[in-house]
Design a binder for this molecule. Structure first.
Ligand SMILES: *[C@@H]1O[C@H](CO)[C@@H](O)[C@H](O)[C@H]1NC(C)=O
Ligand SMILES: *[C@@H]1O[C@H](CO)[C@@H](O)[C@H](O)[C@H]1NC(C)=O
Length: 487
């Protein structure tokens, strides 16, 4: 159960339609992943790589069952994956397998200082040449080059040590890892022995070339790990480059994702005045995987279809979602899925994040996906909604009553309106009825007959209940049970 938090403060964020702040404020950022090559004991075999295995199907199944248990709730899912290795005393660290160039400078051969490492020209030269357009592995974009920091991105997927600064080799490995979307390659100044004792507190250095895999993007913003102190020894980084796969896997049944980068959808009410936002689902400490949001959207849709509202309100069925990584002060917090019952274009991607007290929440790696067969639409057509407003604002209800053939007050009428213009029988009905009515008022002349009829059905009376029933022919029938006001 969630505890009750700072309601007044949350209210200030009420316009943040796509976040469940109750859950967001309790989420802790994904633990920082430390990827030192630490051998606490002499390794039986030299481990120079680890990968985190990820099965989208298994994760999807767990999201699905969580939602089946609690379909309307946001939920955090945890699957902590990065664990820190334990260390013991002055263990010799691997050198032979994958030592990079030792820093030198002109004045002192083999200068072992931190500053010499950081400024070593050969490191920056390799990083720069690996960022040249022709050197960027195919299918990837280079997101930054030659930084003195590695990434704390979302969804750690393992690392490997390289024998040379080989961005293509690193890319090839990423491609083979399920869920790997980006990688970071860099030089790291590491100790020759584990500096965990006063007898070896600041040993000589060696250079490793690391390639680290992530399921979220590596960006300048999350390249915020400038190294660390290990006892008196300073681990630092140089020549750090980032690469992100240009394409993201498309969940089954959806159109290819639309990349919104650092903004999320902030949908207005639709033309009928309805809020198309359904809710958000939060996925924490997991692997970034758009398919998990698709599962959440599909589950919501199937639950909603099986449990239509009984109070006559509109049944919202998920057909579109926006997924992104939410960062708290630059640190990846969670993958968010914002679910909607209709599709919004990238022109509505106006939400770049939030401030909450001293904390800054920002959006990254944002994508939208729309159901391929039905992207959703407003409850009725926008021209109907517009005709209805015109009728109400020009007080044309008497005209509508005549048009629709309402004879007296206090009647219950079943009116078939045309939710889309292609319902030809309904258009015919509209035309016939319009002939009987007085000539079309000026305020309505710009609308097609079908929109006027439908708009009238919605506005002719002070419609109190408007129920929707689907007929066998999949035509929507609105039943207006109300009093027709004859002004
Ligand atoms: C990028 O990701 C897509 C979707 O997962 C995948 O099909 C493709 O192979 C990846 N590209 C590269 C170069 O790894
Ligand atoms: C897309 O929408 C159609 C029509 O509502 C639905 O039958 C289908 O299950 C949806 N597809 C997915 C992947 O949810």
């Amino acid at each position: 159960m969630r505890s009750y938090i700072a309601v007044a403060a949350i209210a200030a964020l009420a316009q943040a339609q796509d976040l469940d702040w109750d859950a967001v404020l309790q989420a802790t950022p994904a633990p920082e992943v430390t990827i030192p090559v630490v051998y606490a004991t002499a390794p039986a075999t030299t481990v120079t790589a680890t990968t985190v295995s990820y099965s989208s199907e298994a994760a999807a199944a767990s999201v699905s069952s969580a939602l089946v248990a609690n379909p309307d709730d946001s939920f955090p899912l945890d699957s902590a994956i990065a664990k820190r290795a334990a260390a013991t005393t002055c263990q010799t660290q691997p050198t032979g397998v994958s030592v990079g160039p030792q820093p030198t400078n002109d004045a002192v051969v083999n200068d072992d200082s931190v500053s010499a490492f950081s400024a070593y020209p050969s490191f920056s030269a390799s990083a720069a040449s690996a960022a040249a357009p022709s050197a960027v592995p195919s299918g990837y974009v280079n997101t930054f080059s030659n930084l003195h920091a590695s990434n704390n991105a979302y969804g750690y997927m393992g690392y490997t040590l390289l024998k040379s600064y080989d961005q293509q080799g690193c890319a090839d490995k990423c491609t083979k890892i399920n869920g790997c979307q980006s990688f970071n390659i860099y030089y790291e100044r590491d100790p020759t022995v584990n500096p965990d004792d006063s007898s070896c507190s600041n040993p000589k250095s060696l250079t490793q070339i690391k390639c680290v895999f992530w399921s979220g993007p590596v960006t300048t913003d999350n390249a915020n790990n400038a190294g660390q102190w290990r006892n008196q020894f300073q681990v630092v980084i140089a020549g750090s480059n980032g690469y992100v796969n240009k394409s993201i896997a498309t969940p089954d049944g959806y159109n290819a994702g639309v990349f919104l980068d650092k903004s999320a959808i902030n949908a207005p009410l639709d033309c009928t005045g309805d809020d198309s936002f359904i809710g958000s689902r939060l996925l924490t400490n997991s692997v970034f995987d758009a398919n998990l949001c698709a599962v959440a959207c599909n589950e919501q849709a199937s639950y909603a279809r099986q449990h239509p509202p009984t109070d006559g309100s509109f049944n919202k069925i998920c057909s579109f979602f926006n997924t992104y990584i939410l960062y708290k002060n630059g640190q990846a917090l969670q993958q968010n899925c914002a679910l909607y019952d209709q599709t919004w274009s990238m022109s509505y991607a106006k939400n770049n994040g939030y401030s909450y007290g001293q904390d800054h929440y920002t959006v990254g790696f944002s994508y939208t996906f729309s159901n391929k067969t039905d992207g959703g639409k407003p409850r009725y057509a926008c021209d109907v909604a517009s005709a209805k407003s015109a009728i109400v604002s020009a007080s044309l209800q008497p005209y509508c009553s005549a048009l629709l053939g309402f004879s007296s007050a206090a009647s219950t009428q079943t009116i078939t309106v045309t939710p889309t213009v292609q319902a030809t029988t309904l258009t015919t009905l509209a035309v016939q009825q319009q002939k009987r009515a007085a000539s079309t008022p000026a305020a309505l002349q710009k609308y097609p007959a079908s929109a006027i009829t439908s708009g009238c059905a919605l506005a002719a009376s002070s419609v109190t209940v408007l129920t929707e029933t689907a007929t066998a022919a999949a035509t929507t029938v609105y039943i207006a049970t109300s009093t027709v006001s004859q002004k």
